[in-house]
Write a protein that binds this ligand. Structure first.
Ligand SMILES: *[C@@H]1O[C@H](CO)[C@@H](O)[C@H](O)[C@H]1NC(C)=O
Ligand SMILES: *[C@@H]1O[C@H](CO)[C@@H](O)[C@H](O)[C@H]1NC(C)=O
Ligand SMILES: *[C@@H]1O[C@H](CO)[C@@H](O)[C@H](O)[C@H]1NC(C)=O
Ligand SMILES: *[C@@H]1O[C@H](CO)[C@@H](O)[C@H](O)[C@H]1NC(C)=O
Ligand SMILES: *[C@@H]1O[C@H](CO)[C@@H](O)[C@H](O)[C@H]1NC(C)=O
Ligand SMILES: *[C@@H]1O[C@H](CO)[C@@H](O)[C@H](O)[C@H]1NC(C)=O
Ligand SMILES: *[C@@H]1O[C@H](CO)[C@@H](O)[C@H](O)[C@H]1NC(C)=O
Ligand SMILES: *[C@@H]1O[C@H](CO)[C@@H](O)[C@H](O)[C@H]1NC(C)=O
Ligand SMILES: *[C@@H]1O[C@H](CO)[C@@H](O)[C@H](O)[C@H]1NC(C)=O
Ligand SMILES: *[C@@H]1O[C@H](CO)[C@@H](O)[C@H](O)[C@H]1NC(C)=O
Ligand SMILES: *[C@@H]1O[C@H](CO)[C@@H](O)[C@H](O)[C@H]1NC(C)=O
Ligand SMILES: *[C@@H]1O[C@H](CO)[C@@H](O)[C@H](O)[C@H]1NC(C)=O
Length: 690
């Protein structure tokens, strides 16, 4: 019975779950499923963490409690059934262990206008008052020092263990804050959403002219960042302080690392991903993801992703744009700054020799290869985004195929690498190991590398730096819909059964089809139809961004920013209530700061800036957000610089962040020093002239 045997889960959760954490997730950190019929005992309907089996187990447990009092029975039943709540992970998880009882709201709802005495009482106290003298066998209310579930038979009344309602609620009560939730007897109670005024617009300044695909903050926490471009070069640059008028100084001829010889570059190929080991400042390890051409590079040789395991015959793929199947490969490789410096933070170049090949996989067609890599901030594993391989409508059904790595988000452990002889025995595609808690641990049909599936071409994913369990990925659509997904363990994001929220009808299905009823897709949290992309090209392609966490534009704080490639439309997504995973998005206007260090190009016949094509976003160590476009690097700056009003903006203070404050202060000191020096010298001269 899953409910009583939670030992292995507990271990797993300690590892997986950061303490601040919400949006609907179950205690195994998976997303809830959509019930086709309501649960018969717990009567949950719609989204739930239980299936019929779990529901029956809860019913059995409840019956075994033999609660004589109807009021207490009803309360206990509601508490047991919280296991099925879509927020069960949050409600049951308080580190360091999974609880047997969800967090019971110990403060009455502030919004409650009901006058009756009972509802004025908090839920936790209600539970105590209703059940304290009632005998409960196999009780879920576990006394403090006891390891296993249930009160001892001899003390099966709450009063035998707890002295008072206060004692009881010290153990089981809690209130909802914006980082956690509690159960109020009927549903999950959220912290009242803070009323942050909506942004009037996004103010941008142009600080560079170069065109890049990746911008990654230096892991040492400084104001330096790495940029990489699609042909395969990586540069290290200093982000100019806001308001300084400075631009990015990048010496094109002096890259941090030049991989143009290894990288195969054309429209759909190139260097797509760049990530630094969480411990880079100590170990100097860095990782890149790129495409290679096996005709041009000897090390460009991996297994073909179209193979018999996935019911795909390479000779039947047909050639696409003259390419042979699996001529082009997707590679993740490790480099180091080790030999160039004993202090990796000080390194200004990396060693141009590959340390090891992490992953190589032959691609069936010539587009949709994702390619971004990111380290999970909570788990330290390498996430690798991979598209469906590219042909229209995913004819071979790769994204839904659990044996294929196409159309997937992978999660790899690059700190524990098996010996070379073991790699092929383990069926791995390179030098990495499979984290023990990857979803294949529970679903043996899934390939070990897979973290989530059913994606088409994830193009730019990010973790919310304040709530690392929020893992956002924008997934590029086919015909009509561009989506943003919240990625959870083992989640199926629906492609090609669905495109966004709509059923998709493939043109050809040589690889078999996946029936609608056989899957439990997780639908996008945000997105837009191509018609809403507001451009003249009649097409669209989503570019995922970041949850804005800088203090520069306080009206943007906590909102997810994303865009369309054609750069005419930017959106912000807002979660309401906070922690619920329920997002709504709106188009946000943008314009160019009057102080932009490099003037923005105007759209013809308009005062609006023309950004060119948006390729990607970046975030620096100040949490400022940058837009990487074909026309350069744009930074989100204070809204007042564009005449957008944000009541929370501190317009009197030039600085916008703690880092800004200190350097402005030192700037001021320098100015003061200079002025003093000037006065001193003047005085001296005056004195002398006397
Ligand atoms: C379950 O929810 C759906 C939609 O919210 C509703 O149409 C349906 O009637 C509900 N079923 C039950 C049994 O409550
Ligand atoms: C119900 O969910 C449990 C895990 O919670 C799973 O092991 C079981 O296979 C599921 N049963 C059905 C019928 O889907
Ligand atoms: C359940 O409670 C009833 C009285 O309320 C009692 O007669 C019966 O023995 C109890 N059953 C168990 C299994 O304890
Ligand atoms: C509610 O529970 C939390 C967590 O146990 C505690 O910090 C808080 O003081 C409690 N509040 C009340 C009103 O009991
Ligand atoms: C909501 O959360 C904020 C920040 O954690 C806290 O200051 C505030 O008191 C909370 N509001 C309620 C109603 O709990
Ligand atoms: C950016 O381009 C503009 C116009 O081409 C040029 O005037 C300016 O010097 C460039 N700035 C930098 C920092 O490269
Ligand atoms: C980072 O690397 C240093 C030096 O190799 C090591 O002592 C430390 O334990 C590492 N930290 C983590 C979190 O891996
Ligand atoms: C250099 O790399 C080796 C192995 O890659 C590692 O063990 C060592 O800690 C690194 N040393 C420094 C100073 O980065
Ligand atoms: C593992 O890394 C080594 C060193 O880079 C490389 O020679 C080997 O091909 C890699 N193994 C796989 C399966 O990629
Ligand atoms: C496509 O996926 C379904 C399962 O969802 C499977 O039945 C079918 O065989 C898959 N196609 C291939 C080529 O494996
Ligand atoms: C902002 O408003 C001021 C005065 O109201 C005006 O001079 C300035 O041109 C405006 N700037 C922009 C970017 O619209
Ligand atoms: C202030 O002056 C010191 C040395 O005089 C210099 O190192 C520092 O960079 C200056 N700070 C700023 C913000 O200009």
């Amino acid at each position: 019975m899953r409910l009583l045997v939670m030992g292995p889960l507990i271990l797993l959760l300690i590892f997986l779950l950061p303490n601040c954490y919400s949006f609907p997730l179950c205690t195994d950190s998976r997303a809830p499923v959509t019930l086709k019929t309501p649960l018969s005992f717990c009567s949950y309907n719609g989204s739930s963490c239980c299936n019929a089996t779990d529901d029956a187990a809860l019913e059995k447990w409840f019956k075994s409690m033999n609660i004589s009092d109807a009021g207490c029975a009803s309360v206990v039943k509601s508490i047991l059934c919280v296991k099925c709540d879509p927020f069960s992970a949050e409600l049951f998880n308080v580190e360091p262990k999974l609880k047997t009882v969800p967090t019971l709201c110990n403060s009455s709802l502030s919004s409650s206008s009901v006058q009756s005495k009972d509802s004025a009482k908090d839920f936790c106290t209600q539970v105590w008052d209703t059940c304290k003298d009632i005998s409960i066998l196999n009780s879920p209310f576990e006394p403090p020092s006891q390891g296993s579930a249930g009160l001892p038979i001899s003390s099966n009344k709450l009063t035998n263990v707890w002295q008072s309602g206060n004692d009881f609620c010290a153990a089981f009560g809690g209130s909802s804050s914006d980082q956690s939730v509690c159960f109020n007897g009927k549903s999950v109670s959220f912290n009242s959403t803070q009323n942050i005024p909506a942004p009037k617009g996004l103010c941008l300044e142009r600080i560079g002219n170069g065109s890049y695909l990746n911008m990654v903050a230096h892991p040492d926490g400084s104001n330096r960042v790495f940029f990489s471009n699609q042909p395969g070069k990586i540069w290290l640059a200093t982000v100019p302080e806001q308001g300084s008028g400075g631009t990015l100084i990048i010496d094109e001829a002096d890259p941090f690392l030049d991989l143009t010889d290894e990288v195969y570059y054309s429209t759909q190929f190139g260097l797509f991903g760049l990530a630094f080991h969480p411990n880079y400042t100590a170990n100097g390890r860095l990782f890149v993801s790129y495409s290679c051409d096996k005709d041009k590079s000897a090390s460009c040789s991996g297994r073909c992703s179209c193979n018999s395991d996935v019911g795909c015959d390479p000779s039947k793929l047909g050639s696409d744009s003259g390419a042979q199947p699996c001529q082009y490969q997707s590679v993740v490789a490790e480099y180091t700054v080790n030999s160039s410096s004993s202090m990796p933070s000080k390194a200004e170049t990396a060693r141009p020799l590959e340390v090891r090949r992490i992953f190589t996989m032959g691609l069936p067609y010539t587009s949709n290869h994702g390619g971004q890599i990111l380290f999970g901030p909570a788990d330290g594993y390498l996430y690798f985004m991979m598209g469906d391989g590219g042909k229209k409508g995913d004819p071979f059904n790769f994204s839904q195929n659990k044996k294929s790595l196409l159309g997937k988000i992978m999660r790899l452990d690059i700190d524990n690498i098996p010996s070379p002889s073991k790699i092929s025995d383990l069926g791995l595609w390179g030098n990495y190991s499979i984290p023990k808690d990857n979803p294949s641990a529970d679903d043996s049909e899934l390939e070990g590398e897979i973290w989530a599936y059913g994606l088409r071409n994830p193009w730019r994913c990010s973790f919310d730096t304040e709530r690392p369990s929020y893992f956002f990925c924008a997934d590029v659509g086919q015909e009509s819909y561009e989506e943003v997904d919240l990625i959870s363990k083992g989640g199926n994001y629906g492609w090609r059964v669905y495109e966004g929220p709509d059923l998709y009808h493939p043109l050809e299905t040589p690889g078999g089809n996946t029936s609608v009823n056989s899957i439990n897709p997780i639908f996008p949290i945000m997105g837009y139809y191509h018609s809403a992309a507001n451009n003249n090209v009649g097409s669209a392609s989503i570019i995922g961004g970041y949850v804005y966490r800088s203090l520069t534009d306080p009206c943007m704080y906590g909102r997810y920013l994303y865009a369309d490639l054609y750069a005419t439309t930017l959106w912000t997504g807002t979660e309401n209530p906070e922690g619920s995973g329920n997002f709504s998005s709106t188009i946000i206007p943008f314009s160019c700061s009057k102080n932009s260090p490099i003037p923005c190009d105007p759209v013809e016949g308009s005062s609006l800036p023309s950004l060119g094509y948006i390729y990607s976003f970046g975030e620096d160590n100040n949490k400022d957000v940058f837009i990487l476009t074909s026309k350069g690097v744009y930074r989100v700056v204070r809204p007042s610089l564009c005449n957008y009003t944000c009541p929370k903006e501190n317009t009197t203070d030039i600085s916008t962040s703690p880092a800004g404050t200190s350097s402005s202060a030192s700037n001021l000191q320098n100015v003061t020093r200079k002025v003093m020096l000037f006065l001193f010298v003047s005085l001296l001269l005056t004195t002398i002239s006397f």
